[in-house]
Design a protein around this ligand. Structure first.
Ligand code: CP
Ligand code: NVA
Length: 310
């Protein structure tokens, strides 16, 4: 089988992402109502083992990859840094080489992006980025799937991102270039999106704008997205909470977006901080579809990594 790493959306590119979305929609609809761990009829990854390494907490990424590999016919294996030898200082290079002898793919959630790159350099099997401090590409495949399910075409779409400039935002900016949509980032002065992702997205034909005016970021948006103000690994800072307060997604802000706009949040959410309860629980919110779609997205990412898609 082929071996492709998925460290960022660019590893796949726009055409492969489109193929992933289409495959995810087909597989999701084909198994409607089935027990969650019953394999898909074709069980394309039968007998394959996915090893997952977590150096940070996770609910969705952990459970969705676990169920995804089972639905593809394979077997999940979870390693926590704290209970594996990684936590006692075994090198990433050795871990990559050992896991490659025992598993058919490796998913890594960690802090420094260089660690997943190092894992990929030494692994003999596909390595998937399950979130680093720099990016969260798997989340964005699920987000794009959710947007398409809502009947919205990606080319020409207007997204309003509100709040912190973080890993999820970087991957969304990357997607803007690959799928040709526009993202307007509403963030405080002094908060800057990662320049490399912005420049690449613009060079590919995506539109990326940064404003310090939250209402402007939300204006006429088809999709409003936010994320926690304090990402994993960051210290809780009162200053940051105060600076980000004007970028809270609340009813007044949603009213600036298009009437049929949808609200996305990768979760976990902090109600009363980045989003209010009425928006989170309201009719425009599709956050639980988005969470479920992590399963369907991971399946197409896995298939792409094995060369079975795109
Ligand atoms: N959205 C997301 O990645 O959730 P977890 O941190 O629970 O995996
Ligand atoms: N930006 C968040 C995403 C969590 C899924 C974090 O890194 O904690």
């Amino acid at each position: 089988m082929a071996m492709r790493h998925f460290l960022d959306l660019s590893d796949a590119g726009g055409d492969a992402i489109a193929a992933m979305l289409s495959d995810a929609i087909d597989r999701k609809s084909a198994r409607k109502g089935w027990p969650k761990a019953t394999p898909d009829a074709d069980a394309p990854l039968a007998g394959r083992v996915l090893a997952m390494v977590f150096e940070k907490n996770s609910t969705r990424t952990r459970v969705s990859f676990d169920i995804a590999i089972r639905q593809l016919g394979g077997v999940p294996l979870i390693l926590d840094a704290g209970t594996s030898q990684l936590g006692r200082g075994e090198s990433i290079a050795d871990t990559a080489r050992v896991l490659s002898r025992m598993a058919d793919a490796i998913m890594v959630r960690t802090d420094d992006h260089a660690k997943v790159e190092e894992m990929a350099r030494h692994a003999g099997v596909p390595v998937i980025n399950g979130l680093t401090d720099r990016s969260h590409p798997c989340q964005i495949v699920a987000d794009l799937l959710t947007i398409v399910e809502q009947g919205k075409a990606l080319p020409g779409l207007q997204i309003g991102w509100l709040g912190d400039c973080n890993n999820v935002m970087n991957s969304l900016v990357e997607a803007a270039g690959l799928m040709k949509f526009a993202i307007r980032i509403g963030t405080p002065a002094g908060y800057v999106p990662d320049a490399a992702y912005v420049e690449t997205a613009r060079a590919r034909g995506g539109t990326v704008t940064v404003t310090h005016d939250a209402a402007q970021a939300a204006a006429d948006a088809d999709i409003i997205v936010t994320d926690t103000w304090i990402s994993m690994g960051q210290a809780h800072a009162q200053d940051k909470m105060v600076e980000l307060a004007p970028y809270q997604v609340n009813a007044a802000l949603m009213a600036k977006a298009r009437r049929n706009a949808r609200f996305l949040h990768c979760l976990p959410a902090h109600i009363g901080e980045e989003v209010t309860a009425d928006v989170f629980e309201g009719p425009q919110s599709v956050v639980f579809d988005e969470a479920e779609n992590r399963i369907h997205a991971q399946k197409s990412i896995l298939l792409w990594c094995f060369g079975l898609l795109g």
